[in-house]
Design a protein around this ligand. Structure first.
Ligand SMILES: C[S@@+](CC[C@H](N)C(=O)[O-])C[C@H]1O[C@@H](n2cnc3c(N)ncnc32)[C@H](O)[C@@H]1O
Length: 206
């Protein structure tokens, strides 16, 4: 990992992911989390302020990015919320099968290298009646925008921590054995179209 990825990117991500329109999207899904919660790709902990603490019994925040997790640890103290951090990848989640009530993923499925494997892990640790809440950007519905997504993706990935622009979020979830309920699919106003088509919803084990 180079200087940019280690020292600059974490702060860029914290800043961009903390913009007001993005925060508005988080607020639509994160407060729905219940019980024992696993947040995959907790990053700098921007969701911590949005959990309904009366509904969450415990929170595990998993992320391989130690610089981002350091920011999240500070936020967890301010949020007065006990969080167990695991500085690990979503492709190998060290939790027991069917032990989690809610998995939360926000702006993370784009960045996980082996996203199918990671979703399989999330499905494994989720209880049969559990819910995976997602707020993600991905594949746009317009062919012209998709062409740009695919053109830009290689360079974008280098600048944005391996972020993929054109992942089909519902298809990935269905492929991992989830039934998908979409709350919202739309371009986020004010963002570049190639990176702002949003998928918000809940996925449940089939
Ligand atoms: C754009 S950031 C989003 C962070 C946070 N979820 C949020 O909503 O602000 C993408 C996150 O995915 C994480 N990530 C990258 N590879 C991962 C992996 N293999 N497993 C889990 N998280 C990963 C990064 O470390 C980073 O925190």
């Amino acid at each position: 990992m180079g200087f940019y990825d280690r020292h600059i990117l974490p702060h860029v991500l914290d800043c961009v992911c903390g913009l007001a329109p993005v925060t508005g999207q988080r607020r639509k899904v994160v407060p729905l989390a219940r019980g024992r919660v696993l947040e995959v790709g907790i990053g700098s902990g921007l969701n911590l302020a949005h959990y309904d603490r009366s509904q969450v019994t415990s929170l595990v925040g998993l992320d391989p990015g130690s610089e981002l997790v350091a920011i999240a640890r500070r936020r967890a103290q301010r949020a007065q919320m006990p969080v167990e951090f695991l500085e690990l990848e979503g492709e190998a989640i060290p939790l027991e099968s069917e032990s989690v009530d809610t998995v939360v993923v926000t702006y993370t499925l784009c960045s996980i290298p082996d996203v199918e494997l990671a979703l399989g892990q999330m499905r494994r640790v989720l209880k049969r009646d559990g819910t995976l809440l997602f707020c993600e950007h991905g594949l746009a519905p317009d062919p012209g925008v998709v062409r740009w997504q695919k053109r830009i993706e290689p360079l974008w990935g280098k600048l944005a921590g391996g972020c993929h622009l054109a992942r089909d979020v519902p298809a990935l979830l269905r492929g991992a054995g989830f039934a998908v309920e979409l709350f919202e699919t739309a371009y986020l106003k004010g963002g570049p179209k190639f990176a702002s088509y949003h998928y918000l919803g809940a996925a449940r084990p089939r």
